[in-house]
Design a protein around this ligand. Structure first.
Ligand SMILES: Cc1cc2nc3c(=O)[nH]c(=O)nc-3n(C[C@H](O)[C@H](O)[C@H](O)COP(=O)(O)OP(=O)(O)OC[C@H]3O[C@@H](n4cnc5c(N)ncnc54)[C@H](O)[C@@H]3O)c2cc1C
Length: 338
């Protein structure tokens, strides 16, 4: 049997671990924390490529394929685990200010109105999704080891994974899916070195509770988005900040997000804040993900999912799984090979 070490148990690593374990590979996930506690916990869970309008057409094709496959993926995961993951398929309202340019100079008096409706945009509760993926992994006998990997070296037929202190494992293949931290893991085989250029992009975000009312659709404009959850919470996000490995939350920033949200949905002004937090999105230099084999045989990466990791994780796991299992490189992945 082939053994695989997956470095990083965020949504990307978990979805891949589940995929490979379902194909009867022996999978171990290494993570210094319990799975799913970083960006994958912090996200808003939008599965909304149409309203995002990403400028790269290959990336858009990947996003749309990922979104279209979500309902079936979730149905299978929910059936298997008996857990709900809060998939919502009601769509998204894109708002714009009603009024003239002159009015726009006196912003507070402007009224925002729906300008476009995107019926095919979805959302998922990413925390519930990660919990269900972790449960499915355990069911498929994926082993979880609490440790941070720092080094991968090829030694003969196997790849050796080490932490600062010790050798953690030897495996036939290794996948680096350590999110914003993936650049901290170096890999070599005597001829090649692979060091990933991935940086964190901080997102501050919060949630309010809708008491006695419901928001049916996701709502957004250029600056802020609102994502309703099944339990009555509304997630309001999010900033994009290039400030390194910093997860502090600034009350002024949260106030500004809520002010922006209240312009779109005035009831937000009276909704109690239930939580505020920050997460670190993994960003490559181009802003696009890197998914596939590297120059070191048996060493793969699935990194740089930036603002779309929740959306892309199930599909990127299926596509990278095909490569690891010895299949042809899927067309959709070709633009994103490392
Ligand atoms: C505020 C915010 C809003 C977002 N909204 C959305 C959204 O609406 N839709 C969407 O699709 N995406 C969204 N995202 C992006 C999404 O969260 C990420 O793209 C996705 O979670 C990345 O998953 P990951 O598994 O690569 O990284 P992570 O979830 O960060 O997981 C990386 C894991 O690696 C572990 N790790 C770290 N160092 C090591 C090491 N040395 N060895 C082993 N493991 C290690 C960490 O502990 C962590 O568990 C958002 C992100 C943020 C922050």
């Amino acid at each position: 049997m082939k053994s695989i070490a997956i470095l990083g148990g965020g949504v990307v690593g978990l979805a891949l671990a589940r995929e490979l374990a379902a194909h009867k590979l022996r999978v171990t996930v290494f993570d210094p924390q319990a799975p799913g506690l970083e960006a994958s916990w912090a996200a808003a869970g939008m599965l909304a490529p149409d309203s995002e309008k990403h400028p790269d057409r290959h990336f858009r094709a990947l996003q749309v394929a990922a979104r279209d496959g979500y309902p079936e993926y979730v149905a299978a995961l929910e059936k298997e685990t008996g857990r709900r993951v809060g998939l919502r398929t009601d769509g998204l309202l894109m708002m714009s200010p009603k009024g003239t340019v002159k009015d726009a100079l006196r912003e507070p008096e402007l009224v925002w109105q729906p300008a476009l409706f995107f019926p095919g945009e979805y959302s998922v509760d990413n925390r519930l999704l990660c919990a269900a993926l972790a449960q499915s992994c355990k069911k498929h006998r994926v082993e979880f080891v609490k440790a941070a990997a720092t080094r991968v070296e090829r030694s003969g037929e196997v790849l050796r994974v080490s932490s600062e202190a010790r050798v953690l494992a030897e495996a036939d293949a290794v996948v680096n899916s350590a999110g914003a931290w993936s650049g901290r893991i170096s890999a070599q085989d005597g001829r090649h070195h692979v060091n990933l250029d991935i940086r964190p992009v901080k997102g501050q975000i919060c949630a309010v509770r809708a008491d006695g009312w419901k928001l049916r659709y996701m709502v957004r404009d250029e600056h802020v988005y609102l994502v309703p959850r099944e339990d009555g919470r509304i997630v309001v996000g999010a900033t994009m900040e290039d400030v390194g490995f910093d997860k502090s939350v600034d009350s002024g920033v949260i106030a500004k997000l809520l002010e922006g949200a209240a312009k779109l949905v005035p009831k937000i002004r009276n909704a109690p804040i239930v939580e505020s937090w920050a997460g670190l999105r993994p960003a490559s230099r181009t802003g696009l993900p890197l998914i596939g084999a590297t120059t070191i045989p048996g060493y793969y990466v699935s990194v740089g999912h930036l603002r779309n990791g929740i959306l892309l994780a199930p599909l990127s796991a299926q596509l990278l799984g095909q490569i690891i299992l010895g299949g042809k490189t899927p067309e959709l992945l070709k633009p994103f090979l490392p």
